[in-house]
Write a protein that binds this ligand. Sequence first.
Ligand SMILES: [Zn+2]
Length: 238
Amino acid sequence: MRPAVDREAYGRSAARLAVLGLFLAVAGCRTTTPPPLIPPFTPLPTPKPTPPPTPPKPLPPKAPKTTGKLEVPRLKEWRYIVIHHSGTDSGSAKKFDQFHRNVKHWDSLGYHFVIGNGHGSRDGEIEVGPRWVAQQHGAHTATSGNAYNNYGIGICMVGNFDAKAPTPAQMQAITDLVAYLQDRCKISNRNIKLHRDCKDTRCPGRKFTKEMLLARLPNRASGPSFWSRDSLLLNWLK
Ligand SMILES: [Zn+2]
């Protein structure tokens, strides 16, 4: 008879276990949160937009090598650069200084700078005159009102450019000097003048043109730039 009792007991135990299991399953449903199958969505951090690379600022033109003092602490209010040739085959600042004192009876060399051609001074040598050192007006382009002498930096290139073009070293020197003076004195390309632009003369000869110089300058635009003294903005504000 034992097996019948056991079967009965077994049946009861199984029923209890089933009830318990059901209870636990229901209770479990209520209390346990199943782990999420897909992890919660975390948005990726938005990458910061990379700013476009800033173009490097153009460096100011390097001061050219000169004979005499080019860097002066205080500048006169210069508005023009006036270019001349000497009309002679040779020359130097000293030679022209003597001529201007002794023959013209001026107090010193009329130009602010002289650029040599290898005859009388070195080829491409930039000599600084006393008028630049003292920031004194020039004596090179007399006109009514004298604007070019009062506000013009006078540069004389040695040579007769009606007969012969400037040497490559002279062209390099005038380019470097003009670019430097433009930057320091804020002079636009428009205010770079040849002597013949200011009065009735052939100086500085037909083999030197303004275009030859402008083509070599870092700031090739021929109009006044915003910073120049004769710029449209400044004129409008006046
Ligand atoms: Zn001249």
